[in-house]
Design a protein around this ligand. Structure first.
Ligand SMILES: Cc1cc2nc3c(=O)[nH]c(=O)nc-3n(C[C@H](O)[C@H](O)[C@H](O)COP(=O)(O)OP(=O)(O)OC[C@H]3O[C@@H](n4cnc5c(N)ncnc54)[C@H](O)[C@@H]3O)c2cc1C
Length: 423
């Protein structure tokens, strides 16, 4: 056992080796911790939750003593103090072992990343800053002391999640807080989270809805008027349990604000890499599909007869092609997460879209190739590859940066400067 209470033997190699990718000791330690945790805690439970489409709550309970629920909470507030890049690298390690847990963990972590290191980069009046720091400490304390879990429902089934119009879920200012009404679809962690980090439009009586007035509120799951409805029986990412949430006259006090008025809109325009946080899970799945293939063809997978299939040239070519695709994906993604910051250049934003599209599409392409290369026995449900294949299919569909939207924006923004029009 090591200092974290986890076995240190029999570890997979890191996806991003610390020396090769110039990571510091703090990063290497934290990312190593995530990898060991993923292998020990997540991997053995992944098949059951996938089969039953149930939320892996025990993974989140086990994250609490490891400090992983507070990975992005600033150190001065008692968290591990990971920045954007460090979080992404750690999350990719979890994605190797259970895509659904890594994706759900992302929803939780964003409530701390967006209100924490990301908000620290944004403009606020000194009064707003002081109030924000006090409010976020309340949220952080719940997470660190009680193991509270936050979800991140923003999708509504209309154009709002893509950033095109204001959210239909509304928060009306009332005495001491807000009254929330609306509906969110695909809310991962529904029914299991303690708080829903809801994006809604702040709108007083008679006021027009505006994206500038987007408010990010931490709504207690047990608040009167919150309900979870609908089925959850999807192709992949089954353990996320992303059902529909309804909010009917739900009152929350002012301290439910995870960001001050207007700051979410500022974040979405000035810190666009914030929308890349769905990619680490799929980076991990891409690595997992590749690792599976190498292990399978070498006849080394646990539980499988030690039959080697590596001597066939067709297999070798397929593995080479997978490796090339994996290295291309890793290189572009690493660059994009490394240059994430406030006010990125146009090139950095285009690269972020390109990295997002590449990870989401390539994770699935590598998984498809893995099944084709390993063959029929590899897609049995007793092995993780078919789950990786189904889970990896979901990444390209996730708003606000679906693979299609990334392509659309790269083309438009490469050819038009802001405000430019044709006759
Ligand atoms: C496993 C899983 C977990 C999820 N978890 C969450 C969660 O926790 N919280 C959450 O908020 N959401 C979550 N989502 C939802 C996700 O982000 C999308 O909102 C959802 O998949 C959208 O589905 P839709 O069919 O309504 O998309 P639609 O809005 O109908 O879009 C369909 C496609 O059209 C394209 N499109 C849409 N709008 C535009 C546009 N303005 N310009 C160009 N093209 C466009 C996109 O490529 C999109 O894929 C999850 C999704 C999955 C698959």
């Amino acid at each position: 056992m090591n200092v974290h209470g986890l076995d240190s033997h029999d570890q997979d190699a890191p996806i991003f080796a610390a020396d090769a990718f110039r990571l510091n000791d703090f990063q290497a330690e934290l990312i190593g911790k995530a990898r060991r945790f993923g292998k020990k805690a997540l991997a053995p439970r992944a098949a059951k939750h996938d089969r039953e489409a149930t939320f892996p709550i025990e993974n989140f309970r086990d994250m609490h003593p490891e400090g992983l629920l507070g990975i992005c909470i600033p150190k001065e507030d008692g968290g591990l103090g990971a920045d954007f890049q460090t979080y992404c690298l750690a999350a990719a390690e979890l994605g190797r072992y259970c895509g659904a847990t890594a994706l759900s963990w992302n929803m939780h972590v964003c409530s701390t990343l967006w209100s924490g290191p990301l908000s620290d980069d944004l403009e606020m009046t000194p009064e707003d800053r002081a109030a924000h720091l006090a409010r976020r400490r309340i949220h952080y304390k719940r997470i660190l002391e009680d193991g509270a879990i936050y979800a991140q429902p923003f999708s509504e089934g209309g154009a709002a999640a893509a950033g095109a119009v204001a959210f239909g879920t509304e928060a009306k200012p009332v005495d001491g807080g807000f009254l929330i009404n609306g509906k969110k679809i695909f809310a991962s962690l529904s029914g299991s989270a303690d708080y829903y980090g809801v994006l809604c439009t702040e709108r007083a009586e008679g006021e027009a809805a505006s994206r500038r007035n987007t408010l990010y509120l931490g709504v207690p799951a047990n608040a009167p008027g919150v309900s979870v409805v609908g089925e959850w029986d999807p192709l992949g990412m089954r353990g996320t349990v992303s059902r529909t949430l309804l909010f009917k006259d739900v009152f929350v006090p002012e301290d439910a604000m995870l960001m001050p008025h207007g700051v979410y809109f500022q974040a979405a325009s000035k810190w666009p890499h914030m929308f890349m946080t769905l990619t680490p899970t799929y980076m991990g799945l891409a690595q997992a599909a590749y690792d599976f293939t190498v292990g399978y063809l070498r006849g080394e997978l646990p539980g499988m007869p030690p039959v080697k299939r590596r001597m066939f040239p067709t297999k070798q070519i397929a593995v080479a092609e997978m490796r090339i695709m994996l290295e291309q994906t890793k290189a572009l993604w690493f660059q994009a997460i490394t240059e994430a910051r406030a006010n990125p250049s146009k090139d950095q934003v285009l690269r972020a879209y390109a990295a997002q599209q590449t990870v989401m599409e390539n994770a699935n392409a590598i998984a498809v190739k893995a099944i084709r290369t390993c063959g029929g026995q590899s897609m049995l449900k007793s092995l993780p590859l078919e789950r990786i294949y189904r889970d990896s299919r979901c990444g390209a569909l996730m708003l606000p940066w679906t693979a299609e939207i990334c392509v659309d924006r790269i083309g438009r923004e490469a050819l038009y400067e802001p405000g430019e029009k044709d006759e």
